[in-house]
Design a protein around this ligand. Structure first.
Ligand code: ADP
Ligand code: MG
Length: 309
């Protein structure tokens, strides 16, 4: 069996380019990653095979040098490696760990849209939630049941409608649930409903109502936070909320709500508009909410006054 060096010597090279070519080959063969690869695979590489591989080895060395010369914060996304191909040594490109990490981060950002939420809600985690009252325990159980069923691929799952006074942790629990669902790559959006309504009203001027609404209504899991705290108008109720809920029902998409109002109080809120009471239209919305979500309540101390223990 010939050594790699012998094979090199025998490579046919045009006389005119011989010197330059030989030098280039020496560079290639001396390049540490190439030398290591050739040595490790000596018994599977013959002269023809090596000759057919020269341009690929060249590609490998060039890409590797580019990769290594790049500053740490600006590395190429892919790093080359050599593989034994059928007829020649080939170059394979693998995504770098840093690239995969960055892509995961971007994906998480895309999946979760909760820019309307406070920092502690955005960072909430199910494992940090305190289960210290029977009511809280029951709600957590519902949340965990949902996670389990949803991750097992069950469809048509009902969400939850959590009502209770200000500061008891309604939003926080759903923030933790939202973060959990994003970890398993579901698209999740949490909207602070009064803010969303404000955005929608402003979007009328820029003709963005439809696209904003579409984006929210189609996510895998939607959290509608603080429903009932918005200024109710027929347009908001019938053209925004109704469309949103109708779509989610039709597509069996899980939807969660928090509110200071229980369902009966919310119905009154939705019925009251300037100039009168629209009971039928409010009742229609309530039917949808009840279909989409199971009512639960959360009471207890206002945690905002407890000094964030
Ligand atoms: P609500 O939505 O019911 O008005 P929040 O969910 O905003 O109340 O809760 C108020 C604050 O109390 C949160 O920002 C969070 O800091 C804290 N908090 C609420 N629930 C919990 C919990 N289960 N564990 C730890 N901190 C909590
Ligand atoms: Mg809240």
């Amino acid at each position: 069996m010939k050594s790699i060096q012998d094979i090199m010597k025998d490579l046919p090279v045009q006389a005119s380019n011989r010197a330059r070519y030989q030098e280039h080959l020496r560079d290639l063969m001396a390049y540490p990653a190439i030398r290591k690869f050739l040595q490790a695979n000596q018994d599977r590489i013959n002269q023809d095979y090596l000759q057919a591989s020269i341009s690929k080895l060249n590609e490998f060395m060039t890409s590797m040098k580019t990769y290594e010369a790049a500053p740490a914060e600006d590395k190429p996304a892919f790093v080359p490696s050599l593989v034994l191909g059928r007829h020649y040594i080939d170059v394979a490109y693998h995504p770098t760990e840093a690239f995969l990490q960055a892509r995961k981060q971007a994906e998480m950002g895309r999946l979760l849209n909760n820019r309307m939420m406070s920092k502690d809600v955005r960072q909430a985690s199910l494992k940090d939630i305190e289960w210290n009252t029977p009511e809280r325990k029951a709600l957590m159980q519902e949340v965990l049941n949902f996670v389990e069923a949803y991750e097992a691929g069950q469809t048509g799952l009902q969400g939850l409608y959590v009502s209770g006074p200000f500061g008891v942790g309604k939003t926080y629990i759903f923030g933790a649930l939202a973060n959990r669902l994003v970890e398993s790559h579901h698209s999740v959006t949490m909207i602070h409903y009064p803010t969303f309504v404000q955005d929608m009203k402003e979007a009328i001027n820029t003709k963005n109502v439809q696209s904003l609404l579409d984006r929210v209504k189609q996510v895998d899991v939607l959290f509608i936070d603080d429903i009932g705290a918005e200024a109710n108008t027929p347009w908001v109720r019938d053209e925004i909320l109704n469309i949103l809920l109708e779509y989610r029902m039709k597509e069996s998409l899980p939807t969660f709500f928090t509110s200071n109002f229980n369902l009966r109080e919310l119905e009154q809120h939705l019925a009251n508009v300037k100039g009168g009471v629209e009971a039928t239209k409010a009742a229609r919305i309530m039917e949808r909410i009840k279909y989409l979500a199971k009512e639960t309540t959360l009471s207890g101390a206002n945690r905002r006054q407890m000094g964030r223990s």
